[in-house]
Design a protein. Structure first.
Length: 67
């Protein structure tokens, strides 16, 4: 897993809100998929995807605050 170090271009508050909503939808679909097809490897992939998306959102928010 790689942590996101930079998000280019920076996002404004509207884009950040849309990003958060889209990520929440993606994570919900991943959770549903994991529940429908239980598998250790799928669960590990889901966790990895969640961490990377969370890292992306966190970095985007951090950059928006700094700028």
């Amino acid at each position: 897993m790689k942590l996101v170090k930079s998000v280019e271009p920076s996002m404004d508050s509207n884009m950040l809100k849309m990003l958060e909503n889209d990520v929440a939808e993606i994570l919900e679909k991943i959770r549903n998929l994991s529940a429908k097809y239980p598998s250790d490897s799928l669960e590990q992939s889901a966790i990895s995807i969640q961490l990377e998306l969370d890292s992306f959102v966190y970095t985007a928010k951090k950059q928006a605050i700094i700028r």
